[in-house]
Design a protein around this ligand. Structure first.
Ligand SMILES: Cc1cc2nc3c(=O)[nH]c(=O)nc-3n(C[C@H](O)[C@H](O)[C@H](O)COP(=O)(O)O)c2cc1C
Ligand SMILES: CCCCC(=O)C(=O)O
Length: 398
């Protein structure tokens, strides 16, 4: 039975080759931040009110002026199209069908145009800045021409994080058959068959740019470290503004100083995120950074929380701490791998039902009624201990 996000995760794990599942699942190095993202939510307990009329509940909101039926955004995830053929298109359609919002990663299998042609708006485009600014400019112009609403600049990847599982697995794009994975691939012939209807098995946005060698398989870290520009800094925001007329969102803010700089540079929204624990290990849980950022921003930009959401109650806690909405990564990827578009819709249905139930049980029927008084923060020790390296998380030890 698929009744929670963990069920979808187990289904995804069975259906995907090991290297693909571990690419999705793993974090950087010891997995401190990966674990902390989950455990951070345990520090916040509810203060529930009773005898409140909760018969009419409403979890709709707006993000950058666009109405969402639920405060959930599908975050940018590279290579989602390896989990199901046309994966990004399916996820974008699922988001639209549930009144959510899809963010297309620069590093997707499906192209900017393919997703925009198949899925109704609103869509956001996530940008990694290429050393070759001509390619960067062309990505931004393509997103603009295709009607994407916001540009989401990811700021926490000056260098790819150290994902040891990907290195051990020799994970490459396109995936290769090797001596070590041949048995595993044969155990997942269903995936092989499904993927035979995929438009391609490499980064769709770059096939015509010359940055992707035509026949060779590349390691994700090798390719991105060659192409991403580690020199980008606050002054490049001006350049981006000159080629992008719409709202700009910064993804990967993890302290008050950067939140203030983001506001001073006029960004419309920022995303408190540690990249799902995949970049710098030993950043705190995203939820623990949220209050500091909300206080620094003081309502001058919208704040979105990203990382570790697996229950609707997590979303309610983030909104009580001042987030406008939450972004999810792995939860919708599990749904996608488990059952394509319907699987992503199920992810959104599970989480939004859990949000709805939580709102009823705490006596705050509308998101606008949530504030810090809905939470207790004083009952637990204030640190999250590292519990297990990333590998043990995968084995279900944490
Ligand atoms: C498989 C995978 C690929 C990702 N690719 C990108 C990406 O291309 N760009 C980006 O900004 N973030 C990327 N992320 C990070 C997500 O957008 C998001 O920050 C993270 O998954 C949130 O944590 P969660 O998985 O616990 O929800 C990726 C995450 C995963 C799991
Ligand atoms: C596929 C390229 C990298 C995507 C990314 O940012 C991530 O895996 O976290």
């Amino acid at each position: 039975m698929l009744i929670n996000i963990e069920d979808l995760r187990q289904r995804a794990r069975r259906r995907l080759p090991k290297a693909v599942f571990e690419y999705v699942e793993s974090g950087a190095e010891d997995g401190y931040t990966l674990n902390a993202n989950r455990r951070g939510f345990e520090r916040y307990l509810f203060r529930a009110r009773s005898l409140v009329d909760v018969s009419a509940r409403d979890q709709s909101t707006t993000v950058l002026g666009q109405k969402l039926s639920t405060p959930l955004i599908l975050g940018p995830t590279g290579l989602a199209g390896l989990l199901a053929p046309w994966g990004e298109v399916l996820a974008a359609k699922a988001a639209a069908s549930r009144g959510s919002l899809f963010t297309l990663s620069t590093m997707s299998i499906c192209t900017i145009e393919e997703v925009a042609a198949a899925a109704p708006p609103p869509l956001w485009f996530q940008l990694y800045v290429w050393k070759d600014r001509g390619i960067t400019r062309s990505l931004v112009e393509r997103a603009r021409a295709a009607g994407y609403h916001a540009l989401c600049l990811t700021v926490d990847v000056p260098e790819m994080g150290n994902r040891e599982l990907d290195r051990r697995n020799g994970f490459s794009v396109p995936p290769r058959l090797t001596f070590t994975n041949v048995l595993d691939i044969f155990r997942h012939l269903g995936w092989v068959l499904r993927m035979s209807s995929s438009p391609r098995a490499t980064f769709g946005n770059f096939i015509d740019t010359g940055s992707l060698a035509k026949k060779d398989a590349v390691s994700v870290a090798g390719f991105t470290n060659r192409q991403f520009d580690p020199s980008i800094s606050w002054k490049d925001l001006e350049w981006l503004r000159s080629i992008w007329p719409g709202p700009v969102v910064l993804k990967g803010i993890s302290c008050a100083e950067d939140a203030r700089l983001a506001v001073e540079h006029g960004v419309e929204a920022l995303i408190v995120s540690n990249h799902g624990g995949r970049q710098l290990d030993f950043l705190p849980a995203a939820i623990d950074v949220l209050p500091e950022v909300v206080d620094a921003v003081q309502g001058r930009a919208e704040v979105i929380l990203d990382g570790g959401i697996r229950r609707g109650s997590d979303v309610v806690k983030a909104i009580a701490l001042g987030a406008r909405a939450c972004m999810i990564g792995r939860p919708f990827l599990y749904g996608l791998a488990a059952n394509g578009q319907a699987g992503v819709e199920l992810t959104l249905d599970i989480l939004s039902k859990e949000i709805d139930r939580t709102l009823a049980l705490i006596g705050r029927p509308r998101l606008s009624e949530l504030d810090r008084s809905a939470l207790r923060m004083d009952l637990l020790p204030s640190t999250t201990e590292p519990r297990a390296p990333a590998l043990r998380v995968l084995d279900g030890a944490a």
